[in-house]
Design a protein around this ligand. Structure first.
Ligand code: FES
Length: 170
């Protein structure tokens, strides 16, 4: 409990989240098991994980920042740089690739006017390649904020983007 009082979440986690993670970290023999959970919570609140988020995670879990950074940079669903409001992970693994994934990726690039790794000027969309999203039966597929979409045709891309734009302006 003393440790909980000393940690300043600097606005990256709310009080309940901080208390939850500190309590569970104290119960676990290997608190590093929670690295992804803490990073994802920070990302949910902040949109991405800044250096301060890595340091905060390390403090909560009693790890060295480099240990957290290793996980953060290995796991491609954790963003260490700012991304758009809707990061679009386009699967480029075998099932999606053999079901038109490459054409789908090209359609997203064309429709958004960006390449992989880039963000649209309005800050809404970031396009990212991804290994298998675990929904091969829905190939070709993309993932946006833990939500899978597929199978998607080239024609579906415009509709999906328009729907997200409407959602963003609502
Ligand atoms: S290969 Fe694309 S979801 Fe598995």
């Amino acid at each position: 409990m003393a440790q909980e009082e000393k940690i300043d979440s600097i606005g990256l986690l709310d009080e309940n989240e901080l208390a939850y993670f500190v309590a569970h970290a104290n119960e676990l023999e290997h608190p590093r098991e929670m690295v992804i959970d803490v990073l994802r919570a920070i990302q949910k609140n902040h949109g991405w994980v800044p250096d301060e988020g890595v340091e905060l995670t390390a403090t909560i879990l009693r790890l060295e920042p480099i240990e957290v950074e290793e996980v953060a940079t290995f796991y491609d669903k954790i963003f260490r740089r700012p991304v758009g409001r809707y990061p679009i992970h386009v699967c480029d693994s075998i099932c999606c690739w053999s079901n038109g994934g490459q054409e789908l990726a090209e359609q997203f690039k064309q429709q958004l006017g960006i390449e992989f790794g880039q963000t649209t000027e309005d800050g809404l969309f970031t396009l990212l390649p991804s290994c298998c999203l675990g929904v091969c039966g829905c190939a070709p597929a993309v993932m946006i904020h833990q939500q899978h979409y597929g199978p998607l045709s080239r024609e579906d891309v415009g509709e999906l983007i328009n729907r997200l734009r409407r959602e963003a302006s609502a």
